[in-house]
Design a protein around this ligand. Structure first.
Ligand code: GLP
Length: 242
């Protein structure tokens, strides 16, 4: 395919689609190099700046990655996240990854006004505040910040969660089986602290998720999670309208 100079679609965007098709058609696989920016410029009659804009876009979309001094390569496909009330551990295992968890911060705090309202708790009720780095095959994937009412899981702070699933600790130690939940997902930007934890440049895109999960009508967890947008995509089945 060639660039259409009469098209209203910007050239960098046309080149994006052409390159993605080309990668599939030529059978390039993960970690294979793509031609240099100069070669692509010559091949498609585009300025180096336009080619760079396309590569930047494909890198930010997680389709390509750069290695300084070496070139640009085909990235791994993103991980599809199901929109179910699954734990990170279950979700990663189902996709063939080795899940991991590292405790970053554990403390008991009075719930803030917003947290107490969202969880249906009295003002300033004590909650476990848990910050964790989640990994898949040892690669940082997400930073998760969970709040759990202390009255539901009194000595949860005595259970290290490094290398353990929070949902299975809740089930095994406290008999809490989550039975419903709701989740809001929005686009976000990595703040400097999360960027460092996730090993991303500052300002990288993230998927920001806010989940409330319930057991027997009580809110057990309010969690804000930041997932790397370069490694994750959301997938949901669409049923016909009733
Ligand atoms: C998901 C949710 C979190 C929840 C976690 C539990 O990642 N977004 O809100 O805390 O699962 O996962 P695990 O049981 O593996 O700790």
């Amino acid at each position: 395919m060639a660039i259409d100079p009469t098209s209203p679609v910007p050239k960098y965007s046309q080149l994006r689609d052409i390159l993605l098709d080309w990668i599939v058609e030529t059978g390039l696989s993960v970690d294979d190099p793509i031609p240099s920016e100069r070669e692509l410029g010559v091949r498609y009659g585009l300025s180096r700046m336009t080619v760079r804009q396309t590569i930047d876009l494909l890198v930010s979309e997680g389709k390509l990655y750069r290695v300084p001094g070496k070139g640009t390569f085909v990235a791994r496909p993103k991980i599809e996240m199901s929109l179910a009330l699954a734990s990170f551990t279950e979700d990663m295992r189902a996709r063939g990854f080795r899940p991991g968890s590292q405790d970053l911060l554990r403390r008991v705090v009075p719930a803030s006004g917003g947290t107490a309202r969202a969880m249906g708790l009295p003002p300033e009720a004590p909650v476990h505040h848990i910050e964790r780095l989640r990994t898949a095959d040892d690669e940082p994937m997400a930073v998760e910040r969970s709040n759990i009412p202390v009255d539901l899981a009194p000595d949860l702070d005595r259970h290290p969660l490094t290398g353990r699933s929070l949902y299975s600790v809740l089930e095994q130690e406290y008999g809490i089986i989550l039975d419903s939940g709701e989740q809001t997902i929005e686009a976000g930007i990595c703040d400097p602290a999360d960027a460092k934890l996730l090993g991303l440049p500052q300002g990288s895109p993230v998927l920001s998720m806010r989940r409330r999960s319930f057991a027997n009508g009580r809110c057990v967890e309010l969690a804000i999670s930041r997932y790397r947008a370069d490694r994750y995509t959301l997938h949901s089945r669409l049923d016909p309208r009733r």
